[in-house]
Design a protein around this ligand. Structure first.
Ligand SMILES: *Cc1c(COP(=O)(O)O)cnc(C)c1O
Length: 857
């Protein structure tokens, strides 16, 4: 029988135990083992059987157990200590308070998914895990971020397998009352809500939930509200499900609703309004339109004109693009967006729909004018934009060059900040404990890396074996459950007790299954893989996991192929596919692997973070030089699989790359792993492990990443926004100035360039003097920079490795003509070339390419 309505009854804790509620109510427990120990002490068996979920644990503990604990002085002491520690963590000055002067008062961080802990399953993969790690690291650093996301009734899906290895999806209901979140309430106790006008219907209403991620609040919106029609209730049914219109509604809720939720949150709690808005991927981009509405037409707002509001919004917005895969970018039919932003009745009433449509329009070469592109809008609504690794920044500049067609790819104003991972969430406790034994301070990660040299090899190796063993046990448990679901009888499953071994070289591969990640590359030559797995002297074992998007049958086929291979009785003790990859599986998986395999089609892996998590646990990466690995592989911290990118034939490319992969495992990796000294320690392996920890540890951290965001993007955005926003005079001037520059630009010309000083046989050290005569029409010399670009010239006179020298105004003539001059020293031998160009100049621009206009000699 089905219930018509369900709810979760929250436990009433005896007064002396009320701190348990406080600890369970802040997700900091999820990366703080001492707090987890307190929960485990409440009831060790229940702690395990509730999946280490404090809210479920407290709901399941009997009253007699609570009564016992309420008079257990030992327990109460630990509880008080844990609570005091949390209070200290939440209130003391941290990096941001100590080292950042005049930083933003608050930052709104918008993301469609957040992967914070296994017990709040609101993520599908890397994007969500990254967002979770961003919030946690911000909390550790004291950076005043507020997260904004949606609360999906079913989260993503749970994966299981059919008998023949086909992915099965289920969507269990998540009851918000059973989750570690709380309702945001008005002073009178009623639920705080926001609403959005939708075409042809009543307003969509959403409730606001708050998850406490250490010091960082995460606001989550859901539409399962009484009064919403059913098709509105479904807006937050699941992550990445449904058709285009469903997706659009979710993104409206996230962007427009998210800004409204922030306002409600500030009104109720007194929290400062964000000075910076960060959109994690294009999905949340509509936030910029709601801010324009606030600034142009909203009751009580400053009533700016559209262009001024656009400048205010842009100055304070950061856009991070996350994928070079075209299918990863949201593109809606233009007509659909038109409907949802209809002028009088749409989501942002009063904002001209033509202006909205223009922001997402692919009005560049190769673009499709019938679609509305969320990434394109993202760039137009944000003054600062970045990719997520050096290589991805480069790829993104190429991909979006069409938005700045007058500039070379290298000058496209998209930077990069390489992703990172939150060490306290991902490093095995056993490794931190070992580091502490040799003097490392658990609060100071730098001491963790240096502990890599201090800890004796046998000890590190014995901890690694222990971690492998933990993984093996977890894998067997999952395998058994999976086979039971697949319909096997217990009598058939004896082999699982011997599946995998804690003494065999363990390679991990777990990630979502889009085709570019090439789950099945390792199956290219099945016989060769089999030989590697079954090698009598130096066997290898593989632990594999990954979900395919429910609509992606191609991905499901790859999973099936993998499962069928792993089902073979000849190899099933050495290769396993574990269903339902999620945070709970990931946490023991990374530490238990010796090698982390990553073989995407270069350059589609924008960054990749799973290899970073492996590295922090002393795992060695075996990866195509893509994403972060392209940047930080140094020849000694793992292995690079040579990539045959550039090869047109994809089959041949896969053959070559797979062969290189087998070769590396057979000739480099396995021999090194099994080459042990008289204590059983593989010394040459240990060298690489130590080097990995020391060289990569400090770089791959989410705290490094968040500091980079603060210094390179949030800080400058704050400064610029403040200077534009006082009375909005700066923004008005900037908007008017841009208007004037655009109108006058057709008259801007480099008329004549003269040079002297190098003769006809120039040598290194010679000084080149350049004079340029330019016509600026209506503009004045202060409105522009005249740049001398110089560098290596190739056979077609194309410049590369260019340096830019700004020429100084030397004289002015009639009719808007001016002379500019300057010098450069020729410091390299070889072909040299230069040119002169004019670009707009204004202290409020983040780059001379920002406006996309240039006039070249
Ligand atoms: C880290 C992580 C990911 C992302 O892995 P990539 O290497 O970036 O693909 C996905 N899912 C889970 C559960 C993770 O922990």
């Amino acid at each position: 029988m089905r219930a018509i309505r369900r709810f979760t009854v929250r436990p009433v804790l005896p007064a002396p135990l009320s701190a348990l509620g406080t600890l369970a109510g802040n997700l900091r427990w999820s990366w703080h083992p001492p707090t987890q120990d307190v929960f485990a002490a409440v009831d060790p068996d229940l702690w395990e059987s509730t999946g280490r979920d404090p809210v479920r644990l407290l709901g399941a503990v009997s009253r007699t157990r609570f009564e016992e604990l309420a008079v257990d002085e030992g327990f109460l002491g630990r509880l008080r200590e844990a609570e005091a520690d949390l209070q200290r963590y939440l209130t003391e000055d941290r990096w941001f308070q100590r080292h950042v002067a005049d930083g933003p008062r608050a930052i709104g961080y918008f993301s469609p998914e957040f992967g914070i802990t296994a017990v709040l399953p609101q993520y599908s993969g890397g994007l969500g895990i990254l967002a979770g790690d961003h919030l946690k690291a911000a909390s550790d650093l004291g950076v005043p971020i507020v997260g904004v996301g949606l609360l999906y009734k079913h989260g993503y899906f749970k994966q299981s397998l059919s008998r023949d290895g086909w992915q099965q999806e289920t969507y269990p209901v998540l009851d918000p009352d059973g989750l570690p979140i709380s309702a945001l309430r008005e002073a009178d106790g009623s639920r705080a809500t926001i609403s959005i006008a939708l075409p042809g219907g009543p307003d969509l209403v959403a409730r606001i939930w708050v998850a406490s991620v250490g010091r960082v609040p995460l606001l989550m919106l859901d539409t399962d509200v009484e009064g919403n029609p059913d098709h509105y209730v479904d807006v937050t049914d699941r992550l990445y499900g449904g058709n285009s219109e469903h997706r659009l509604r979710q993104e409206l809720l996230l962007g427009v609703g998210g800004v409204r939720a922030l306002r409600v949150y500030s009104r109720i709690t007194g929290a400062p309004a964000p000075e910076v808005f960060h959109t994690n991927e294009g999905h949340a981009g509509f936030l910029g339109l709601e801010r324009i509405r606030e600034l142009t037409v909203a009751e009580g707002g400053p009533r700016l004109d559209f262009d001024t509001a656009l400048e205010v919004g842009r100055a304070s917005t950061v856009f991070t693009t996350h994928t070079p895969v075209p299918a990863g970018i949201d593109r809606f039919p233009r007509t659909l967006v038109e409907q949802y932003f209809a002028e009088g009745s749409g989501a942002t009433p009063g904002v001209p729909v033509e202006r909205v449509l223009a922001l997402g329009c692919e009005d560049y070469e190769g673009g499709d004018a019938s679609v509305f592109n969320m990434a394109v809008m993202g760039f137009r609504l944000a003054q600062r934009a970045n990719g997520v690794s050096l290589l991805h920044g480069h790829v993104s500049r190429g991909m979006f060059n069409g938005l700045w067609p007058a500039f070379d790819e290298a000058e496209v104003p998209i930077g990069s900040i390489t992703n990172g991972v939150h060490a306290p969430s991902w490093v095995a406790r056993e490794l931190f404990d070992l580091a502490a034994q040799v003097g490392a301070d658990p609060e100071d990660l730098d001491s963790y890396w240096s502990a890599a040299d201090k800890a004796p090899g046998e000890q590190i190796w014995s901890v690694k074996r222990q971690l492998r063993e933990t993984l093996v046990h977890d894998a067997r448990r999952r395998l058994r459950r999976s086979w039971e679901k697949r319909g096997a009888a217990t009598a058939e499953l004896g082999w699982i007790d011997d599946a995998l071994s804690p003494d065999v070289l363990t390679i991990g591969f777990a990630r979502r299954v889009p085709s570019y990640k090439r789950l099945t590359l390792m199956l290219r030559d099945p016989a060769r893989l089999k030989r590697l797995l079954l090698d009598p002297e130096r066997p290898v074992q593989l632990v594999i996991a990954g979900k395919s998007h429910p609509a992606d049958d191609g991905g499901k086929k790859l999973i099936q192929e993998m499962v069928r291979f792993a089902d073979d009785p000849e190899v099933r003790h050495r290769i396993v596919f574990l269903p339902n990859y999620d945070i709970a599986m990931a946490q023991p998986l990374y530490p238990g692997c010796d090698v982390w395999l990553n073989n995407p089609l270069r350059p589609y892996e924008a960054c990749g973070t799973s290899g970073m998590k492996a590295a922090l646990n002393g795992g060695l990466n075996l990866s195509i030089l893509d994403g972060w690995w392209d940047e930080w592989y140094d020849g000694q911290n793992g292995w690079a699989i040579p990539s045959a990118d550039g090869l047109d034939d994809p089959d041949r490319r896969d053959d070559l790359e797979a062969a290189a992969l087998y070769d590396l495992i057979e000739h480099e990796i396995a021999p090194r792993f099994y080459d042990t000294d008289h204590d059983g320690v593989p010394t040459r392996w240990m060298e690489m492990l130590r080097h990995t920890l020391k060289s990569l540890g400090p770089k791959v951290l989410a705290t490094r990443m968040v500091r980079d965001y603060v210094r390179q993007l949030y800080g400058p955005a704050t400064d610029n926004a403040r200077s534009l926003n006082s009375d909005y005079a700066g923004a008005r001037e900037l908007a008017a100035w841009k208007h004037r520059v655009k109108a006058a630009w057709p008259q801007v010309r480099v008329e004549h360039v003269e040079s002297s000083g190098v003769g006809d046989a120039p040598e290194v050290g010679a000084v080149l003097s350049v004079r340029a005569f330019v016509a600026l029409g209506e503009l004045s010399p202060e409105d522009v920079d005249v740049q001398l670009l110089h560098g290596r010239a190739d056979a077609e006179d194309l410049l590369s490795d260019t340096t830019c020298t700004v020429l100084a105004l030397t004289e002015s003539y009639e009719a808007g003509r001016h002379g500019f001059g300057g010098q450069v020293t020729l410091d390299h031998a070889g072909p040299f070339g230069y040119t002169v160009r004019v670009v707009p100049r204004n202290g409020h621009l983040s780059s001379y390419a920002e406006m996309g206009v240039v006039s070249t000699a």
